[in-house]
Design a protein around this ligand. Structure first.
Ligand code: ATP
Length: 298
């Protein structure tokens, strides 16, 4: 049977307003443009993963409101993606994003639906998770839900991947439950301290465990099976890095599920993320299926 990737995480509507400069307290500004797009690390990573050709299941809480309908429509347009929306009595999660002309941004997010997801709701969405399937999670769900889902995947013989963004609770105890941990440099330093190279080694210290620490324009560090190497990113002119980490994680995990070894899977994730930062927007900047095939070929 085909190995599937189960992405258990959040989905949000992102309301992006571009402004000449960020407002100061008490000020009212007029924006230059307004866009509502699908977002949230769970949904973003599931879309990037599905575009590698991996059979992908997204399990995420969704409110019964207009924003929820927007997200359901966006997800249904993606090939290889099965969305399992978990009905939430909370409003669909929402991010208000201001982007200034110099690229600086401010973001305020709600996480009521993500936080309201129960262990039972999450495990129910993973009911058919089978040996060889891959579980991909991020930091948006509660600790207990994250740990319970990870234990289910372990008991069924699946690979468990954690992207540590955002760090919203003490992850130290949960990290050893995952086979692969992907953190950016700030998260890695927060979790285990030290420079990225040492942090990657610390995050992958147990046998069979691997870690990736991402370094923006410098690419990423991979630590696995006792070896730690840097995988460089192509030099590009970045215009918007929002969602770069999500592309890297989704593509990496999609390729792993299709049998690729860690290093080439990471290299494709980096190439895909570096392409995405040359374009504006989060999901609109993600490489298409054809672009990923071309990156992989060349
Ligand atoms: P974000 O929060 O912006 O989504 P992140 O902090 O999770 O990103 P980063 O380490 O900043 O993750 O970037 C992830 C990947 O995106 C990098 O490994 C690289 O492939 C690509 N990337 C990011 N910034 C640049 C850049 N300036 N030039 C080339 N590639 C970049």
């Amino acid at each position: 049977p085909v190995k599937r990737v189960f992405v258990l995480g959040n989905a949000t509507v992102d309301c992006v307003q571009t402004v000449a400069r960020l407002p100061v307290p008490g000020e009212t500004l007029l924006c230059d443009s307004l866009e509502r797009c699908p977002g949230g690390k769970g949904l973003n990573q599931a879309i990037a993963c599905a575009r590698t050709g991996a059979a992908t299941v997204l399990a995420a809480p969704l409110g019964g409101d207009r924003d929820g309908a927007v997200l359901a429509t966006a997800a249904s347009a993606e090939a290889n993606l099965e969305a399992r929306w978990i009905a939430s009595s909370a409003p669909t999660d929402y991010s208000a994003i201001w982007v200034a002309s110099d690229g600086e941004n401010m973001i305020v997010s709600s996480a009521e639906a993500a936080r309201a997801l129960t262990e039972a709701g999450a495990l129910d969405a993973l009911a058919d998770f089978a040996a060889g399937d891959v579980l991909l999670m991020q930091g948006n769900l509660d600790r207990d839900v994250t740990v319970a889902a990870c234990r289910l995947a372990a008991a069924r013989g699946g690979l468990r991947v954690l992207n540590t963004a955002p760090i919203a609770w003490d992850m130290a105890g949960a990290l050893p439950l995952f086979d692969l941990v992907v953190a950016n440099a700030v998260e890695a330093a927060t979790l285990v301290g030290g420079a990225p190279h040492a942090a990657a080694q610390a995050l992958s210290s147990a046998p069979g465990r691997a870690a990736v620490v991402t370094l923006g324009a410098e690419g990423a560090i991979l630590s696995a099976e006792g070896a730690t190497t840097r995988v460089a990113a192509p030099a590009v002119s970045a215009v918007d890095t929002a969602g770069a980490g999500d592309v890297l994680v989704g593509v990496l995990v999609g390729r792993l599920a299709q049998g690729a070894p860690l290093k080439p899977a990471l290299a494709l994730g980096i190439a895909a993320a570096s392409l995405a930062v040359t374009r504006r927007g989060t999901v609109p900047s993600f490489p298409t299926r054809d672009e990923l095939a071309r990156l992989q070929a060349g």
